[in-house]
Design a protein around this ligand. Structure first.
Ligand SMILES: [Zn+2]
Length: 66
């Protein structure tokens, strides 16, 4: 699956966004990377995964960004 072609990752908050996104809707960063690995989807900000991951907004996030 060519996940890396579908999304780019915000370097600030690790949110995965469509390639045409100019500004991260979560943190307003304009710094992105297309070199990322792994995806975690946070459904609830109260979830254990969200707490461990430090994600405050339900979204899809990259696990690692180079
Ligand atoms: Zn961001």
């Amino acid at each position: 699956m060519p996940e890396k072609k579908i999304f780019k990752a915000c370097k600030n908050c690790r949110a995965l966004l469509p390639p045409e996104t100019a500004t991260c809707p979560l943190c307003n960063s304009t710094s992105f990377s297309e070199d990322w690995n792994g995806m975690v989807i946070i459904i609830s900000q109260d979830s254990e995964v969200g707490k461990i991951f430090g994600a405050s907004t339900p979204w899809r996030y990259a696990i690692t960004i180079k």
